[in-house]
Design a protein around this ligand. Structure first.
Ligand code: PGA
Ligand code: ZN
Length: 424
């Protein structure tokens, strides 16, 4: 069988969900296949993430333009991949890594490289007439991830009084994805009513969750528990809670002093923060905690995992940046028991799959994730099913760039029918 080859790759600058420039890549194949892919962008980024190339021209988008990344696709990457068999994902990704030649993709830009990598995967799937999740995950790809819905936003994703970045409702006790999504979307609406009644803001943050000025971080989580119960669900049994502290965003210069300044809760060292987390884990139905400590606080992270890792999933995001170099260290040192997986932190589909595989091989879990700056591209939904990890986070029940992923998962579950699986 002759496989389709790449005939043309091009890119344009588009805007993400925050109105900032990002890259969209178009691809054409010899068999007539045409498709595209768009790249997301984070706000609370880890210092070791692959580099998102931005123009730095103050006259355009305050320096955030991506025209250089676009021309790197049009003038360098595109021509170099002309004629290549589109199904050779690993080869194509390696070619781009070599063409870039840096450790962190800073020359061509991880945004340019990832856009091409995603477009290649999608085009190959289309050319083989397979859904993307099946092309990437094989015949066994049928587990729909539990949606960890980020219904309260704080930290760098909002301008409110909450220090922790994400408070997620997790429908662990639902029979299907469709039902799980309903459980947490209903909770989201009930939460809105509770906030309204208390005279708190129901405006949403970057990921579509509410961002009111709660009186404390505890108030935020207690109000969510209240919303779960008022929506008619059993907290802990049907809907649990997941948190992303994004602690790198409130650590001060020492790497291990944490300033809960938004809420006025004061400064804590790693041990105090770990003890505080212990109280939360005891008192609230928490099932997963991401970035409880900052990206350079490997010692604190390890201590947190030692104390709480038998009760909850401890996820490293900024500390591992979807990079096997850091995940391997984490596995070795037992820093966590799970890694967050974000395509654009590492910059190619192949390397992201490698990161997932490393977690799986070591008995770790892995948590698929969008970015706070997103587009309408639903690549992540198919990718999460293909990776078989059982849970993902892609924002709240508002903002269409978030709903695009949830809606795509509904489609996939519907398509799989009785063969779809759903469990935590
Ligand atoms: P980001 O946030 O996309 O702004 O980095 C997401 C996260 O920290 O998990
Ligand atoms: Zn995070």
């Amino acid at each position: 069988m002759t496989r389709a080859s790449i005939t043309k790759i091009s890119a344009i600058e588009i805007l993400d969900s925050r109105g900032n420039p990002t890259v969209r890549v178009f691809i054409e194949l010899s068999d007539g296949t045409e498709t595209s892919a768009s790249v997301p962008s984070g706000a609370s980024t880890g210092e070791n993430e692959a580099v998102e190339l931005r123009d730095g021209d103050p006259c355009r988008y305050a320096g955030k333009g991506v025209l250089k990344a676009v021309s790197n696709v049009n003038d360098i990457i595109g021509p170099s991949l002309k004629g290549v068999d589109v199904s050779k994902q690993a080869f194509i990704d390696r070619q781009m890594i070599e063409l870039d030649g840096t450790d962190n993709k800073s020359k061509l830009g991880a945004n340019a490289i990832l856009g091409v990598s995603m477009a290649v995967a999608r085009a190959a799937a289309q050319s083989f007439n397979l859904p993307l999740y099946q092309y990437l995950g094989g015949a066994g790809a049928r587990r729909i991830p539990v949606p960890c819905m980020n219904i309260v936003n704080g930290g760098q994703h909002a301008d409110n009084s909450v220090d922790f970045q994400e408070f997620m409702a997790v429908p662990v006790g639902a029979p299907t994805f469709q039902e799980g999504l309903r459980y947490v979307a209903e909770t989201f609406h009930v939460l809105k009513g509770i906030l309204n009644k208390r005279g708190l803001s129901t405006g949403v943050g970057d990921e579509g969750g509410f961002a009111p000025n709660f009186s404390s971080n505890e108030d935020a989580i207690e109000t969510i528990v209240q919303a779960i119960e008022k929506a008619g669900y059993k907290a802990g049994e049907q809907i649990a809670i997941a948190l992303d502290s994004a602690a790198t965003s409130f650590v001060s210069n020492s790497d291990s002093e944490y300033d809960l300044a938004y809420s006025g809760a004061g400064k804590l060292n790693s041990d105090e923060l770990i003890t505080l987390a212990g109280k939360w884990i005891e008192n609230y139905p928490i099932i997963l905690w991401e970035d409880p400590l900052a990206e350079n606080d490997w010692q604190g992270f390890k201590q947190f995992t030692r104390q709480h890792g038998d009760k909850i999933e401890v996820v490293g995001d900024d500390i591992f940046v979807t990079n096997t170099k850091y995940i391997a260290r984490g596995i070795q040192e037992q820093t966590a028991n799970s890694a967050l997986i974000k395509l654009n932190q590492i910059g190619t589909v192949t390397e992201t799959i490698e990161a997932v595989r490393m977690c799986r091989d070591s008995g770790w879990r892995y948590f698929l994730s969008h970015r706070s700056g997103e587009t309408e591209d639903s690549f992540l939904a198919d990718f999460a099913v293909a990776m078989d990890g059982g849970h993902l986070k892609t924002g709240s029940a508002s903002r269409s760039e978030r709903m695009a992923k949830y809606n795509r998962l509904l489609e996939i579950e519907n398509e799989l029918g009785q063969d779809a699986q759903y469990y935590w």
